[in-house]
Design a protein around this ligand. Structure first.
Ligand code: PLP
Length: 395
C-alpha cells in the first residue's frame, strides 16, 4: 500500500493566524458597530509601483502579437531578469554572475524547494522566534530541527557558540518577526562558522529594502559568504508583489559541498521541476530594478517607514520597550507588565480594538512579546498607535 510522507505527522498544528481570525470574528459579531484597527498583517497595502504596472501591461500586449509573443521562458530566469538582479547587487558592491541568480515565484516556495539540494540527514538550525515556514518546511522534509534562542540578551541576534551544531542554518535579517538586523561583524561570525563546519546558511533577505542604516542588505557583502551561503529574496515586501508573485535566489558558483556544485544542482532541479516563471511577471520585475522603479518602490517603503515611526513614537511615549521598526516593517514590543502574548492580544482587541500578532506564535522565545506591523494604512496606524499608547500607559 502507498505510504504517505509520515513526516507530516510531526508538524505542530499552527494555530496562530487561525486563532487570530477566530477571535476577531467573534469580537466583530458581538460588537459590529466598533471599527477594528489591524496592525497584525504581514501583507502590503499599497499597490505596485507605476513602472512595474506599465511593464506588466506592455508584456501582456507582447503576448497578444505573434511577433512579440513568448512561449516558455528559460527555467532559471530570462537573461534580462537575471542581469537586472545582478545589477541591483552591484550597486552595493556585490559582484554576481547573472547565472548565479535564479528567478522564483517567491521566497516561500524557495524556502521549501531548496531543501532538495541537501541530504535528508542534514539537520536544520533555526534562530527563534522565527518565520514559521522554516520549521514546517524542514519537518516535512524529515530533517532534525534545533533552535537557537533569540532574546533581549542578544538583541534578538543570536550567534553560534562553541557547542552549536548545524548543517543548514536559517538566518533572517531583517528579521520577521523581531525586525532585528545583523551587522557585518555578526554576519562574519556566522560565515566563518559555516565555512569551518561545511554548513550552509539559508539567508532570507525578504526585508532587505527596509534597511536604512549602514547594515548589510546581502550576506554576500561579507567576505567568504560565496562559499557557504544561499540567499533567498522576494519582491513581495520590497515592491508589493505579494499577490503578483516573484522572487529570486542567489546560489554562487563557488558554493560546493562534497565535490558537488550547488549552483549546477539547482540548474538541474529547476530545469526538471519547473517550466520557468511567467514572462509577464519577469518583465514587471525587471521594471522594479530600473532607476525609476527603485525610486518608486522606495516611495512606498517610506509610507510604511512613517507608519513604523508613528508606532515607535507611541511606544516611546508609553515607556514600552521594543526592538526593530527602524530597518524593518515590524516592531517587536515587550508585552506591558510581563503579560503573556495572547493575554495582551485579548486586551488590545477587547479594550482598544487593535489587532496585532502574539509573539508566542513565532516560537517559545516569542512568549511575552508582540509583533506590530507597519504595512497598514497610515490613518488606521495613527489611530491604532494612539490607542496602544493609552492602553500601555494604563499598565
Ligand atoms: N520570508 C519571510 C521572512 C517572510 O516574512 C515572508 C512573508 O511574509 C516570506 C519569506 C515569503 O515571501 P513570499 O511572498 O516571497 O513568498
Amino acid at each position: 500500500m502507498l505510504k504517505p510522507n509520515g513526516n507530516y505527522r510531526n508538524l505542530k498544528e499552527s494555530y496562530l493566524f487561525y486563532n487570530i481570525s477566530q477571535k476577531v470574528a467573534a469580537y466583530k459579531e458581538k460588537h459590529p458597530e466598533l471599527p477594528l484597527y489591524r496592525l497584525g498583517i504581514g501583507d502590503v497595502s499599497l499597490p505596485l509601483c507605476g513602472e512595474a504596472i506599465r511593464a506588466l501591461h506592455a508584456a501582456v500586449d507582447d503576448q497578444a502579437d505573434a511577433r512579440t509573443f513568448h512561449g516558455y521562458t528559460p527555467e532559471c530566469g530570462i537573461p534580462e531578469f537575471r542581469e537586472a538582479v545582478a545589477g541591483y547587487y552591484a550597486r552595493r558592491g556585490v559582484k554576481l554572475d547573472p547565472e548565479e541568480v535564479f528567478v522564483s515565484s517567491g521566497a516561500s516556495d524557495e524556502l521549501g524547494d531548496i531543501l532538495d539540494l541537501f541530504d535528508a540527514s542534514s539537520s536544520a538550525l533555526i534562530t527563534e522566534p522565527a518565520y514559521p515556514a522554516y520549521i514546517d518546511a524542514s519537518v516535512m522534509a524529515g530533517r532534525e530541527v534545533s533552535f537557537l534562542s533569540a532574546g533581549p540578551e542578544n538583541n534578538f541576534l543570536p550567534l553560534p557558540g562553541e557547542k552549536t551544531e548545524a548543517d543548514l542554518i536559517y538566518l533572517c535579517s531583517p528579521s520577521n518577526p523581531t525586525g532585528a538586523v545583523y551587522n557585518r561583524d555578526q554576519l562574519k561570525v556566522w560565515v566563518d562558522y559555516a565555512n569551518k563546519r561545511g554548513a550552509v546558511i539559508l539567508f532570507d533577505a525578504a526585508y532587505e529594502a527596509f534597511i536604512e542604516e549602514n547594515l548589510p542588505h546581502s550576506i554576500y557583502e561579507i567576505e567568504g559568504a560565496e562559499t557557504c551561503a544561499i540567499e533567498i529574496c522576494s519582491l513581495s515586501k520590497t515592491a508589493g508583489f505579494t499577490g503578483t508573485r516573484l522572487g529570486y535566489t542567489i546560489i554562487p558558483k563557488a558554493l560546493e559541498r562534497d565535490g558537488m556544485s550547488l549552483n549546477a544542482m539547482w540548474v538541474r532541479n529547476r530545469t526538471t521541476k519547473t517550466n520557468g516563471i511567467s514572462y509577464i511577471l519577469q518583465k514587471g520585475g525587471i521594471a522594479v530594478f530600473t532607476e525609476t522603479g527603485l525610486r518608486q518602490i522606495h516611495e512606498n517603503i517610506r509610507v510604511y517607514k512613517e507608519n513604523a515611526r508613528v508606532i515607535m513614537e507611541a511606544l516611546d511615549a508609553a515607556g514600552v520597550r521594543y526592538w526593530g521598526g527602524k530597518n524593518a516593517p515590524y516592531i517587536w514590543m515587550a508585552c506591558p507588565g510581563g503579560m503573556k502574548s495572547w493575554d495582551f492580544f485579548d486586551r488590545l482587541l477587547n479594550e482598544v480594538q487593535v489587532i496585532g500578532t502574539p509573539g508566542a506564535g513565532f516560537g517559545e522565545s516569542g512568549e511575552g512579546f508582540f509583533r506590530l506591523s507597519a504595512f497598514g494604512n497610515p490613518e488606521d496606524t495613527k489611530t491604532a498607535a494612539e490607542r496602544i499608547r493609552r492602553l500601555a500607559a494604563r499598565g
